[in-house]
Design a protein around this ligand. Structure first.
Ligand code: PLP
Length: 370
């Protein structure tokens, strides 16, 4: 494989029908989340050779468009799929940066091991992102809270119905301009406690970022919406109703003394890059952060007594979102007209500032793409 000083070389077969500048401007005026995609996609294929050895090959940038898959492709039947999510940010001087991509590359491989998919060398991951953002750089928005959301994913493409790890796999990256995830203003959200459904179990895939976890969470998300809540909270029902996380975000508690608590990684929680960055940023701000078990009972009692001052959720897509209310069929914890807490806002401001280049990046978290 060709490797240059900048990583892996991707061949380019650019689209003959890119969106016009006007079409793009219309999309970027109100992108929402996950609605629109850029003109290109990055692709790297993998196959096992006759000696049983696997190799990644044909790294390329091609036109964004439908994928041709055999109807017997393993991903369509056995769900052998993993993904990642990160963002490209445009700084004030026009340069484009991404945040901790090595962490996403490492997590992709962690997920790959769990789903019996091949690991992707980090330089392929980084080069795929760099090349895609480079050809589609006009798509990186510059408005407040806006970014180009990058979605790397890996699917089992082998045409074979037998049950085993696929021998043909494809890694791809698509990109979608993103506005503010929950709309413009930062209004605390309400959360529904899922009592009936779990998203993950001991020994399962909870700490892998795979589509199957999301498929398992959708019915609980529907239940949340039917009960007037925006997101669902998953508990470990076999461990005193310990708080795990939301369908796609980790959770933090700010205590009245200013210290913070987040559920300890237990194998059933996805380790967010935002989660680990929040822990670091909070410590940099002089706060004590503890990773430990925290139950729904402690949440309820803590909000009632004032011991818990703020609760927020975090993830790449929405960054940091205050949680106002926690509900189940019998109880409502917190208040629907809560406002975002001071600590929540301070940490959000610090993290967004680092990502968008207005706060000094003391940890070397940013990688320049363009
Ligand atoms: C992706 C994800 C998160 C957040 O991870 P980030 O790296 O912070 O975006 C949290 N929980 C689940 C289940 C996820 O899939």
């Amino acid at each position: 494989m060709t490797q240059t000083a900048h990583g892996v070389e991707f061949t380019q077969q650019l689209t003959e029908t890119p969106k016009s500048a006007d079409e793009r401007a219309a999309i970027l005026a109100n992108p929402g989340f996950g609605n629109y995609f850029t003109d290109h996609t990055a692709v790297v294929d993998y196959s096992v050779d006759t000696k049983g050895e696997g190799g990644w090959h044909d790294p390329r940038i091609e036109a964004y468009g439908p994928i041709s898959l055999d109807p017997s492709a393993a991903v369509l039947h056995y769900g052998q799929e993993i993904f990642e999510g990160l963002k490209a940010y445009r700084h004030a001087d026009g340069s484009i940066w991404t945040f901790r991509p090595e962490a996403n590359a490492a997590r992709l491989n962690n997920s790959a091991r769990r789903l019996a998919l091949p690991e992707l060398p980090a330089e392929y991951f980084l080069s795929a992102i760099r090349e895609l953002v480079s050809v589609d750089q006009e798509w990186v928005p510059s408005g407040d809270g806006e970014a180009l959301y990058l979605r790397p994913f890996m699917i089992a493409t082998e045409a074979f119905l037998g049950v085993r790890a696929a021998r043909e796999v494809s890694f791809r990256v698509i990109a979608s301009p993103a506005g503010n995830y929950f709309g413009g203003e930062l209004k605390p959200i309400s959360i529904w406690i899922s009592r009936e459904y779990a998203r993950a179990g001991r020994g399962g895939t909870g700490n892998a970022k795979c589509g199957g976890n999301y498929a398992a969470s959708l019915i609980a998300q529907q239940e949340a919406e039917a009960n007037g809540c925006q997101q669902v909270l998953f508990l470990d029902q076999f461990n005193d109703d310990a708080v795990e996380e939301l369908g796609g975000m980790n959770v933090f508690f700010v205590m009245k003394d200013g210290s913070m608590v987040t559920p300890a990684l237990s194998g059933t929680i996805l380790e967010g890059v935002t989660r680990s960055s929040v822990i670091q940023v909070a410590r940099d701000m002089g706060r004590e952060v503890t990773e430990r078990k925290i139950t729904v009972d402690e949440w309820r009692d803590g909000v009632a007594s004032g011991e818990i001052a703020e609760v927020f959720a975090c993830g790449t897509a929405a960054v940091i979102t205050p949680i106002g209310v926690l509900r189940d069929a019998n109880n409502t914890i917190g208040s629907a007209d809560a406002v975002a807490g001071e600590t929540t806002m301070a940490i959000r401001g610090q993290l967004l500032g680092i990502q968008t280049g207005t706060v000094e990046d003391t940890h070397g978290w940013l990688t320049r793409l363009v």
